[in-house]
Write a protein that binds this ligand. Sequence first.
Ligand code: FES
Length: 238
Amino acid sequence: MSDTVSFIIDGEEIQGKKGQTILEAAEAAGIYVPRLCHMKGLTPYGSCRVCTVLVNGRPQAACTQPIAEGIVVENNSDRLTRIRKDLVEMLFVEGNHFCMFCEKSGNCELQAMAYRLGIPAPKFPYLFPKRDVDASHPDVLIDHNRCIMCARCIRASRDVDGKGVFEFVGRGIHKKVGVNSEACLGGTDAKVADKFVEVCPVGAILKKRVGYAIPIGKRLYDKEPIGSDIEAKRTGKK
Ligand code: FES
């Protein structure tokens, strides 16, 4: 039996492989589905909803929804851009994101997503939550002000590093990424070479003593919009 699955995305028929998610199949065909919590190599989590697409008219998370023969997917439309903008704007106002002072500026997926979606400033009121910075580890710091709760660090530490250093604690607006030590990150067995250090989409987890090694203006998303590498598969620009 064939493993190929045909479906329509934005009016175009594409082929994916059985078992792929919509996001994976679209990506293989050079179609970028915006995403924040998703990262290749980590278990899909489906929390940010920035990858929302319409499948036969119903909203679904493209990073967790498997492809199926004949489905009709809408990914690129004004309606979906509005939904994604609202989600990203909520992330901005829920935390304390001061891009101009952040070491991750230009490499930050949240910032790059705002640019890609055309968000000049959030329309919602800023909450200015009181959050702390955990600089107790000799080589890595966590700035909870910038955390968007994507759970990438949790998944990387648990599934790749095999340590389970992180987990969500608290509920609602008090929810945060906690560590498995009362003495903050410095009391855990986290190491700077661990995968969790590499996966944060924003500037919440940073290595110490290497800040600004790449100057602002010369960073990944200073050069091209987020998703360009995927779209280049179709346009052949890379
Ligand atoms: S990327 Fe799919 S829910 Fe976050």
